[in-house]
Design a protein around this ligand. Structure first.
Ligand SMILES: [Zn+2]
Length: 207
């Protein structure tokens, strides 16, 4: 059997490793970007629109009373909480633990910082697959215009830590005092039967 000379082996190895690096780079690009570059360019009429497609929500540039680095958040949140609260992810519909949760009283707090956001009285059945509230505790939730994915939506975040909660939809015809639906990820929330947390929030907002 003929043993290949050393430079040939090196060349072969280099070609192979280069090839696999290229393949894995393409794979991870596709995983991160579900639309191929060509599709995006063809479907995007103007450059400003193209940039707005990729720009994330304006909430990224905001500052909040509670600021933590990504490392600090990763230390206190589980993977799914980090993905949704800090990376603006969305849980699958009809899977969240508070979707069909309809308590008589109690308060829903931010899973990131425990600030009270909604009371049980704000919750209503919308059938959309995520917990729905017609209003929040005053000042607890901040709205931003979200222009990702070529749509204009109103993103809602926790006013204390900036954690992503979900989106607000208006004028859908729900029989509620506001006809607004705060569509919130269960993962972004915790629930406490104790309404005292809300009393604390009211006192703070008066200061
Ligand atoms: Zn928070």
């Amino acid at each position: 059997m003929r043993i290949p000379r050393f430079p040939t082996i090196v060349r072969t190895f280099y070609t192979l490793s280069n090839y696999s690096a290229r393949v894995s780079a393409q794979t991870s690009y596709k995983a991160l970007h579900p639309f191929s570059r060509a599709t995006v360019l063809k479907s995007m009429p103007t450059i400003p629109f193209l940039s707005s497609f990729f720009s994330s929500s304006s909430s990224d540039k905001m500052s909040y009373p509670l600021e933590k680095s990504n490392d600090e958040w990763q230390a206190v949140l589980n993977k799914e909480q980090f993905r949704i609260l800090r990376e603006k992810g969305t849980e699958a519909p009809f899977t969240g633990k508070y979707d069909k949760h309809m308590p008589e009283e109690g308060v829903y707090t931010c899973a990131g910082c425990e600030k009270p956001l909604y009371t049980a009285k704000h919750k209503f059945k919308s059938g959309c697959g995520w917990p729905a509230y017609f209003d929040s505790i005053p000042g607890a939730v901040t709205r931003h215009t979200d222009r990702t994915f070529g749509m204009e939506r109103t993103e809602i975040v926790c006013s204390n830590c900036g954690g992503h909660l979900g989106h607000v939809f208006k004028g859908e015809g729900h029989n509620t005092p506001t006809d607004e639906r705060h569509c919130v990820n269960s993962v972004s929330l915790n629930f406490s039967k104790d309404d005292k947390a809300v009393e604390g929030a009211k006192t703070e907002s008066k200061v």
